[in-house]
Design a protein around this ligand. Structure first.
Ligand code: NAP
Length: 308
């Protein structure tokens, strides 16, 4: 199984991880309606069978249910699973102890004594002290409850600041988890990708399939239900606008004998310093996405997709 290092931490993870926002989340994803715990248990086992053991979650996913489910499933396997969870810096969480309490609660739900990666979910509001937050995270690294620190949704300036504050404590900033896919490319032009490459910070690409759009399964006659139905990209006009991208994914899919989702994920895997974390709910999705690894698009096809 191909691996990549999280930033300059020396921690190796599989070159693709899996995301579990949908695990236990009924509000956005409809957990309990179209899929439930038994589907997710099978999906988890399929991840282990496929050798993909790097899994992203957060304390807020399903209000703790995502971590709870993972904790249950991890206990049922002897495989070494690497968990990345997240801390939400809510305005009233301004004490060092708030970080420690959140780590304790996540570890309890996950039934683990340590996490490989712990990320700040969103940049803290300005009245929260970034220095205090980074120091509290560095303390957790020193105690061994988290192996490494990451951030998420940080702009280039916030990323540089977090990197500097952690470096003072001798802790490298491992990742910035950002929305990044073939059709969501802001980080290439707003300085985030450049700053991450300069500082040796890995980009964990979230929503790498644009929440299912890039699988090509949503069409004007097969629109998603739930929260995604409010997203313009998932409506008939939005889908029409994206048709050239879908056509290119289809054509390359035929050429490489791969699905559009596998082409879209491989485009990310081909980017240096990027690890995609597609969300999955079923065994079929795990198996299909896992097969985005182990081969590479040609440089010319990567460039053609980038242009499309
Ligand atoms: N840091 C942050 O702020 C943040 C924000 C968002 C997400 N994330 C993380 O990133 C992960 C991934 O992002 P995401 O879940 O938003 O979007 P995504 O990975 O782009 O899309 C996931 C959804 O696409 C569909 N899908 C996945 N693989 C498929 C396949 N092979 N064939 C057909 N359909 C497939 C599934 O939904 P359907 O079957 O319902 O279509 C799945 O739930 C999350 O789980 C979470 O861990 C982080």
């Amino acid at each position: 199984m191909a691996t990549k290092t999280l930033g300059t931490t020396g921690i190796e993870v599989t070159s693709m991880g899996f995301g579990t926002w949908a695990w236990g989340d009924s509000l956005f994803w409809g957990y309990g309606k179209d899929y439930g715990e038994s589907d997710l248990r099978l999906a988890f086992r399929a991840m282990i069978d496929q050798g993909i053991t790097f899994i992203d979650t957060a304390e807020v996913y399903g209000l703790g249910e995502s971590e709870e489910l993972l904790g249950k499933f991890i206990k049922e396997t002897s495989a070494n699973v690497q968990i990345a969870s997240k801390y939400m810096p809510l305005p009233w969480r301004f004490r060092k102890e708030d970080v420690a309490d959140a780590v304790t609660a996540s570890l309890k739900r996950l039934k683990l004594s340590s996490m490989d990666l712990y990320q700040v979910h969103f940049p803290a509001p300005s009245f929260l002290n970034q220095e205090g937050l980074m120091n509290a995270l560095a303390d957790e690294v020193e105690q061994g409850r988290i192996k490494t620190v990451g951030v998420s949704n940080y702009n280039a300036q916030q990323l540089r600041e977090a990197h500097r504050l952690l470096a003072r404590r001798g802790v490298p900033l491992a990742v910035n988890q950002m929305r990044y896919s073939l059709i969501t490319r802001e980080i290439e032009t707003n300085g985030v990708m450049d700053a991450a490459r300069e500082l040796g910070v890995t980009i964990l690409a979230y929503s790498p399939l644009a929440q299912g759009l890039l699988t090509g399964k949503y069409t004007a006659t097969n629109l998603p239900t739930g929260a995604r139905s409010l997203d313009k990209r998932f409506q008939a006009a939005g889908l029409r606008k994206l048709q050239p991208v879908f056509d290119k994914l289809d054509r390359l899919g035929t050429e490489y004998s791969k699905t559009p989702a596998q082409i879209a994920l491989n485009w990310l895997i081909c980017q240096p310093g990027v690890i995609p974390i597609p969300g999955v709910k079923t065994v079929a999705q795990v198996e299909q996405n896992a097969a985005a690894l182990g081969w590479e698009l040609s440089a010319a096809d990567v460039a053609e997709l980038s242009r499309a």
